[in-house]
Write a protein that binds this ligand. Sequence first.
Ligand code: C5P
Length: 412
Amino acid sequence: MRIVLGVGGGIAAYKVASLLRLFTEAGHHVTVIPTEASTRFVGTATWEALSGNPVSNSVFDDVHQVNHVRLGHEADLVVVAPATADLLSKAAAGQAGDLLTNTLLMASGPVLFAPAMHTEMWQHAATRANVETLRSRGVAVLEPASGRLTGSDSGPGRLPEPEDIFAAAMALMHGDTDIALPLAGRTVTISAGGTREPLDPVRFLGNRSSGKQGVALAVAARNAGATVRLLAAHMEVPAPPGVETVSVETALQLREAALAAAADSDVVIMSAAVADFRPAEISGTKIKKRDDTADPVISLVRNPDILQELVELRNQGPEREDQLIVGFAAETGDEQGGVLAYAQAKLQRKGCDLLVVNHVGADKVFGQDTNAVVILSRSGSEPQEAAGTKTEVAAAVIRRIGCELNHVPHRA
Ligand code: C5P
C-alpha cells in the first residue's frame, strides 16, 4: 500500500522514525513529507534513509511529477504524526501553503492524525473546534496519550505510541473506520471503584476494588472519542483527565448518580464493586468499645441492584432502547458450577447486554495491574476472552462495545 507520512514540527517527530519503520517492515511504500518546522527536529536525511524514497516539502521540487496533486491522489492512507496544533488548524481550515497541506486536500483515501502538543494547546477551544471539524469530515484524529511532556509537566498531549498509531492506521486502511474512534459522538457513563458503607463516623464496610479497571475503561472510552462520565466510588488511583468525574461513597449515592447520568448516556458500564449490603443503622457517634457490654452485632440490609434497575428503566420505553448496558462480574467457581456457568446465569438474571467476567481469588484481579476476562453477550454470541494489563483489557472491552454500537461483527 502507498502511505504518505506527514511529519509535523514537534519534538515527538523523533518517535515517528519508529512508526516509519513499522510501515516499511510491513511492506508498505512510504513517502515522508516533513513540514519545514519539523526538519529542525529531524532532518530529511533520516526520512530518506528510512523510507528509501526522496523527501521534500516543497511544491516546487520535481514539478514535472505534479507531486502536490499526485501524492495525495495516489495514497491509500495519509498519516500525520506528530499532528501539531498548527497542522490541525491548517488542515481544518483547508490551507495549502506547502506540500503536506496540498496532499491533505488531495487525499482521496483515509486520513489519520496523531496529535502531540502541550495539554493547554490540546484543550484550547480553538484546537477542540479544529479536531471536531476534522472528525466531522470523517478524518480520524486520535486522542493524544497522557503522561510526561517535553518539560517537567505532564498531562494529555503525548504522541500515542508508534505501535498504537500503526494499529489505528492499519485498521483505517482496511476500511475499519470505527476502530480509530468507535465511540465518537457517544456518551459513556462508567462506575468505578468500591463503595463504602458507613457504620459510624469513622468505620465503614468496604471492599478490595482499586478502581484501576474502571479508570482504564474511562481512558479507553475517552480515547475512542466518547464523552465520559466517571462515577467514582473509593479508588486507589486518580480519576483521569478529560473525563467528567462525580465522586460517590455509598451504594445509594452511586445509585442516584448512575440513574441521573444514565438518562442521556449511550452506554453505561457498571464496573464498580457495589456493596450488596449496608449497615441497617449508621451510628451518629463512634461506636464505643466497652468491656461491660456484649459484642456488638451489625445488622445489614440489602442495597438496591443498580445494574438491574438501569436495565429495567431502559426496557420501560422507546427513548433508551438503543442504550447499551454492561455489567461486571467477579466470580469464583465452586463444586456446583464453574465461573462461566455462574456468569451466564447472572447475565440472564441482570438482563444487561454484555457481562465482563473476572475470575477472582485472594491474589487475583483486585488491586493488580493485570486482568483476564471473558465477555459474555446476551445476544448469545461466542464468549470473547481478553487478557493483559488492565489498559489492554479495557481497550478490548471498549472495542467490543464499539462493535455492538456500530453493528460491526467483532473479532474474538
Ligand atoms: O451481583 P453482582 O454483585 O455479582 O453483580 C455485579 C454487577 O452488578 C457489577 O456490574 C456491579 O457494578 C453491579 N451491581 C450493582 N448494584 C449492586 C450490586 C452490583 O449495580 N447493588
